[in-house]
Design a binder for this molecule. Structure first.
Ligand code: HEM
Length: 185
């Protein structure tokens, strides 16, 4: 993945736990560099190792770390030069969800070798959306839960998230059911 992702992990750890803890985590993960170049690509494995090492050093489940990271990613990208993409991808939580693929297509204008996930949304009823999460990378669904929480926060929208189908437990891909009790689309 692009270094932007690993940089965000580094930023989150340093903000919450300090520089020494970050150095412990990256050493445990076998990462020799202290920071990452945002526009360079790194093996996906490095990011997974960082999550695993963070889990050990911080004594927190890897899923909880990924979820926290997802929530952080919304704030991080918003303030690190990608806020305009949030503005054009939709004015509401719902519109934004339907535009996620278009958002990553725009991201790909700058990150030429981006291998983004894909999110296919369908309306179940007035209040509920089913979202299909398609990716070549296994096991990142807790990050999606955090991303959804961060986005709901960004749009000040109350949302209840269910995860009825998961690729980790035999599902072909993960599906999320998002219920917005106050939605009026
Ligand atoms: C302007 C904001 C955003 C930027 C700049 C951005 C950029 C990126 C980048 C660079 C990657 C790494 C992919 C690679 O290197 O091949 C990525 C992955 C990912 N993005 Fe975004 N993204 C943004 C917003 C979002 C939002 C709002 C979601 C919400 C669902 C999202 C979901 C993901 C997920 C789940 C991944 C992990 C990779 C995977 O699942 O295969 N992104 N994004």
């Amino acid at each position: 993945m692009y270094g932007l992702v690993n940089e965000a992990v580094r930023n989150l750890v340093i903000t919450n736990a300090g520089e020494d803890t970050w150095n412990q985590i990256r050493t445990k993960a076998g990462v020799e560099v202290e920071s990452f170049s945002r526009m360079d690509q790194y093996p996906d494995d490095l990011t997974y190792r960082l999550v695993g090492a963070a889990s050990e050093v911080l004594g927190a489940p890897a899923d909880a770390i990924m979820e926290q990271f997802g929530e952080f990613w919304i704030r991080y990208t918003g303030r690190e030069g990608y806020g305009h993409l949030f503005d054009i991808a939709g004015n509401s939580f719902r519109d934004f969800l339907f535009n996620l693929d278009a958002l990553h297509t725009r991201v790909g204008d700058n990150f030429k070798d981006l291998r983004p996930p894909s999110f296919k949304c369908e309306d179940v009823n007035e209040q509920t959306i089913r979202m299909h999460y398609l990716t070549e990378r296994p096991g990142l669904c807790p990050m999606v839960l955090g991303l959804l929480r961060g986005l709901a926060d960004h749009f000040e929208t109350e949302v209840f998230v269910e995860h009825p189908v998961c690729s980790r437990t035999g599902g072909e891909h993960c599906e999320f059911l998002l219920t917005m009790p106050h939605a009026n689309r």
